[in-house]
Design a protein around this ligand. Structure first.
Ligand code: NOJ
Length: 536
């Protein structure tokens, strides 16, 4: 099978926040259909849809009640099929979210097949990712069930072969319908240490991140399902290091095509986790990305991302979303898109959408944020302090509605949106993509280069200026081609020796150089040497 996904760019849609076609304030599949031309215009190859399955929405669809039914708010199976056709007609592919570490407690398995879940007479001390204990007492059974996420998301028991076969059957059903792959939710958590030992301070992760049988399960899934289809697979894997990634993605291992690492996303947090804010040191980011680039080279495959529905907006996080919003959005895109791997763009990233700062907790919707706020307020932590963390790291930063135009509610809905629109929509919206210096136009170019220049897919990676806290620079080299990428992550103008080659792309108007390279605030410049004629 061809490895087409090595040259692909993926675009993630969070359907609830993308486009509402019927005025109920919630995005839907007909809304996505209306925007397929927009996505084709951007030039992306694959669309990944966050879950669209029937769900009581305790965690916005990541709690699935029926894997083979479409969520009512989003539409019908017929709508889904029209959308799939529309995607394929435009030469794109569609990837579904596969959430099989857990289901909703409203899935009929939970009452009919309790052996598909994990029950104990006595809980251990593991804490849920969404605050509180990871165990919930069930009055009827008089036992506790495990839920690593919300108590309405009981974990599935992958030790049970019948359950595994049910999951594989369901996967084949979607693939036979014509979907082109899966993004697998927290898939490196499906195998738990069967002794269920307590964790240090309630941290159970060493006992279920990359657990004892995970590779066996993924190889089985590959053999029974994945290997029969020409698809792409990406596993979401908190706590996976490069050593693990090589095992999950090594071509002869027959597991997955690529994984999402969390390492680079955890560099701006303290030891207690994501809510403990800590400034990013650029040298840490460089060292980390270098490690993934070098270690997976010819041994596995990287996925490249700055954003998704769980992460704050990158321009607000590692860039400057005020004075240099457009420049820093483009600089960050440059830095990521010239790396080796498959890039992922999250809806609105291509417009340079920013974080939001609601002042009242009542405006927030995300269960992770709300549970954390409640727990910490009860411990006496002041509102202001918590809001600071929520503004910087809350998942709702990514979930405010897509900003289509400057009409009411950013053109997302004619009704009341389920979560408020970011008030900056008159300034930042998709209509602005027609302006000459738009972030969108810049993404289009980056996507097009990936199709033209082999070195982006194949070249090796070498880090330059290792100790510099402001400049992220690297080369990519393959056969007779070389790319040299310079990114200024700061407001400070810098002068550096001029690299060889011809300017391929930059985020500022060209300027005269007298043998030196002058980088302006958040400037990105990429140079190319090789046989390809640029700009023809
Ligand atoms: C990871 C998903 O990306 C996140 O949104 C969700 O809350 C958890 N997994 C649980 O499914």
């Amino acid at each position: 099978m061809t490895e087409w996904w090595k040259k692909a760019v993926v675009y993630q849609i969070y359907p609830r926040s993308f486009m509402d076609s019927d005025g109920d304030g919630i995005g839907d599949i007909q809304g996505i259909i209306r925007k397929l031309d927009y996505l084709a215009e951007l030039g992306v190859d694959v669309l990944w849809l966050s879950p669209v399955y029937d769900s009581p929405n305790d965690d916005n669809g990541y709690d699935i009640r029926d894997y083979q039914k479409i969520m009512q708010e989003f539409g019908t199976m017929d709508d889904f099929e029209r959308m799939l056709e529309g995607v394929h007609e435009r030469g794109m592919r569609l990837v579904m979210d596969l959430v099989v570490n857990h289901t909703s407690d409203e899935h009929n398995w939970f009452t009919q097949r309790p052996d598909y879940y994990i029950w104990k007479d006595q809980p251990n001390n593991w804490r849920s990712f969404f605050s509180g204990s990871a165990w919930q007492f069930d009055e009827e059974r008089e036992q506790y069930y495990l839920h690593l996420f919300s108590k309405k998301q009981p974990d599935l028991n992958w030790e049970n072969e019948e359950l595994r076969n049910e999951v594989y059957k369901m996967m084949r059903w979607w693939l036979d319908k014509g979907v082109d792959g899966f993004r697998m939710d927290v898939i490196n958590m499906i195998s738990k240490d069967q002794d269920f030992p307590d964790g240090i301070d309630g941290d159970g992760t060493p006992h279920f991140f990359n657990g004892p049988r995970v590779h066996e399960f993924l190889q089985e899934m590959n053999e029974k399902v994945l290997s029969d289809y020409d698809i792409v697979t990406v596993g979401e894997m908190p706590g996976a290091a490069t050593e693990d990634a090589k095992l999950y993605t090594g071509p002869d291992r027959r597991e997955l095509n690529m994984i999402f690492t969390f390492e680079h996303m955890n560099l701006d947090q303290g030891p207690s986790g994501k809510w403990e804010l800590q400034p990013l040191r650029l040298t840490d980011l460089k060292e980390n990305l270098e490690k993934w680039q070098v270690e997976l080279f010819e041994k596995g495959w990287n996925s490249l991302y700055w954003n998704n529905h769980d992460q704050p907006r990158i321009v607000s996080r590692f860039g400057n979303d005020a004075q240099y919003r457009k420049q820093s959005a483009k600089m960050l895109a440059t830095c990521l898109h010239f790396l080796q791997g498959t890039p992922y763009i999250y809806q609105g990233e291509e417009l340079g959408m920013t974080n939001v700062a609601f002042s009242s907790i009542d405006e927030y919707r995300d269960i992770e944020t709300l549970n954390m706020y409640k727990e910490k307020r009860a411990q006496g932590i002041p509102h202001e302090e918590l809001m600071k963390s929520i503004h910087a790291k809350g998942r709702d930063n990514a979930r405010t509605p897509m900003q289509w135009d400057d009409s009411l509610n950013a053109g997302f809905t004619k009704g009341d949106p389920w979560i408020s629109v970011n008030p900056n929509y008159p300034e930042i919206n998709a209509e602005k993509r027609h302006e000459a210096d738009s972030v969108f136009g810049y993404y289009q170019k980056l996507i097009a280069f990936r199709k033209e220049l082999e070195v982006i897919t194949k070249g090796n990676f070498k880090l330059l200026h290792r100790e510099d806290e402001e400049i992220f620079a690297y080369t990519r080299r393959a056969a007779d081609e070389q790319l040299t990428v310079y990114c200024n992550f700061s407001e400070t103008p810098r002068e550096l020796p001029l690299p060889t080659g011809q300017v391929l792309i930059g985020n500022y108007p060209p300027q005269e150089n007298q043998g030196v390279m002058k980088l302006r605030p958040y400037e990105a410049l990429c140079f190319y040497e090789g046989h390809q004629k640029i700009g023809e």
